[in-house]
Design a protein around this ligand. Structure first.
Ligand code: UGA
Length: 429
């Protein structure tokens, strides 16, 4: 079967490459010429561990314009971006541009599948839009649940596959496409278009709620002398709650959770509904970097030089979009601090997002710690655990670590002599 992906961002590229791996002839189209020419040379323009191993030139082609090569596609997946508008709602401009462009080329039997995260009712709007232009393509919703940094694993071992359709033939086509994965006992959940679209928003909003809840309990734990890690083991051991997404930190970031919860809230408001839980999660997460900066400032006394270890929104990615680390740096710079920053893979992206006369990007973690008054760990890179902390102890000006990810082992770090502050745990001097 021939499959085309429109949009080669994280979702489109990972899904396209992996679909070719499970046996399909895949064309990935992106209008970004630079990105496509890199891919044509076998260079993957995103940092996604393991993805390069699945590049198979025999079944995979990269193109940068809409042309007759789309005619043979049985299915076109749309995987373009849906960024937030100032109102919080999703911008669907790129989706409709893709529809306009691809309908010039695809056959009338080609199934159009929306994989981008779109507000519920978008597929119905697309169906009406196509009808106005006298096209009668079937349209399906097939939301994606890949996580950056573990997208290859997530593609091969999804918890479930969601298929939203209003037509049996469209449902059967999508089931056929995913048949190689379903052999591994992965459930396919078939539903209507609107429900499939809402499942995506609801999943991200629920996970974001778990994180915001945990972060608020971390604040409380610090005040009353409880331990957030033990607390989360305690509540997560209830199988109705589960252990995942109960790790306290500096707030959730990335290109999905912050955008999708805003879009869900905005969608509800369009129907005169208040999504009070979702709105509280948005407010709680916006407050989180401010709380982190208050915590850092309360520890700093009058010292001014801070080392930031970690810039990406989580470990395993080079993505700094909505990264709490970047927000914290911005707030600290406003307060007149000098920041020496290091990240194993996110430095290039960070330097494009944030430049300042008092922000210095170091070549490595050790240099970033040189002569510093406090080390803040903002991303949970495992490399940071392996650093030579005995040596760092001798290089810093004040032996202070503020670990916003609870990454380091308290006892080891305290035994070296550091004053070690973590999240949601009492401080022992
Ligand atoms: C998220 C979802 O997990 C994917 O299922 C979904 O496909 C994707 O959004 C999307 O909509 O495209 P991702 O943004 O890659 O994936 O990152 P996550 O691993 O979910 O982490 C999001 C943020 O939450 C990060 O800043 C992370 O540090 C934070 N987090 C996560 C916590 O603070 N605590 C946790 O326990 C888990």
């Amino acid at each position: 079967m021939n499959i085309t992906f429109i949009g080669s961002g994280y979702v489109g590229l990972v899904s396209g490459i992996m679909m070719s791996h499970i046996g399909y002839n895949v064309i990935c189209l992106d209008t970004d010429q630079e990105k496509i020419s890199q891919l044509q040379k076998g260079i993957i323009p995103i940092y996604e561990p393991g993805l390069a191993n699945y590049l198979d030139a025999n079944r995979l082609k990269f193109i940068n314009n809409y042309n007759e090569e789309l005619r043979d596609a049985a299915v076109v997946f749309i995987t373009v971006g849906t960024p937030s508008l100032p109102s919080g709602s999703a911008n669907l401009q790129y989706i409709f541009e893709a529809i306009d462009n691809l309908t010039k080329w695809i056959s009338k039997d080609c199934l159009i599948v929306i994989k981008s995260t779109v507000p519920p009712t978008t597929c119905n709007k697309i169906i009406n839009y196509l009808a106005e232009k006298n096209f009668s393509h079937l349209v399906a919703s097939n939301p994606e649940f890949l996580r950056e940094g573990s997208a290859v694993h997530d593609f091969l071992h999804p918890d479930r596959i969601i298929i939203g359709t209003n037509n049996k033939a469209a449902e059967e086509t999508l089931k056929l496409i995913y048949a190689p994965l379903v052999k591994k006992n992965i459930p396919i959940i078939s539903t209507d278009l609107v429900t499939a679209e809402l499942i995506k928003y609801a999943s991200n909003a629920f996970l974001a709620t778990k994180i915001a809840f945990t972060n608020e309990l971390a604040n409380l734990s610090e005040k009353i002398g409880a331990n957030i890690q033990d607390l989360c083991i305690g509540i997560g051991s209830d199988t109705r709650i589960g252990h995942k997404f109960l790790t306290a930190g500096p707030g959730f970031g990335g290109s999905c959770f912050p955008k999708d919860i805003l879009a869900l809230s905005s969608l509800a408001k369009n129907y005169n509904l208040d999504c009070k839980v979702v709105d509280a999660v948005i407010a709680s997460n916006e407050q989180r970097p401010v709380d982190m900066v208050d915590k850092i400032m309360s520890i700093m006394n009058n010292n001014k030089i801070i080392t930031m270890l970690g810039l990406t929104f989580k470990a395993g990615t080079d993505d700094v979009r909505c990264s709490p680390a970047i927000k914290i740096i911005e707030l600290l710079l406003e307060q007149g601090f000098i920041i020496k920053a290091f990240d194993p893979v996110g430095m290039e992206n960070a330097a494009q997002h944030i430049k300042h006369e008092n922000l210095f990007y170091a070549d490595n973690a050790i240099d970033a710690c040189d002569n510093s008054d406090a080390i803040v760990i903002a991303t949970e890179w495992s490399q940071f655990k392996e650093l030579n902390w005995d040596m760092i102890y001798t290089k810093v000006r004040s032996q202070v670590i503020i670990d916003l990810r609870n990454l380091l082992a308290d006892d080891v770090i305290q035994a070296i002599g550091f004053r070690y502050y973590s999240i949601g745990k009492p401080y022992y001097d």
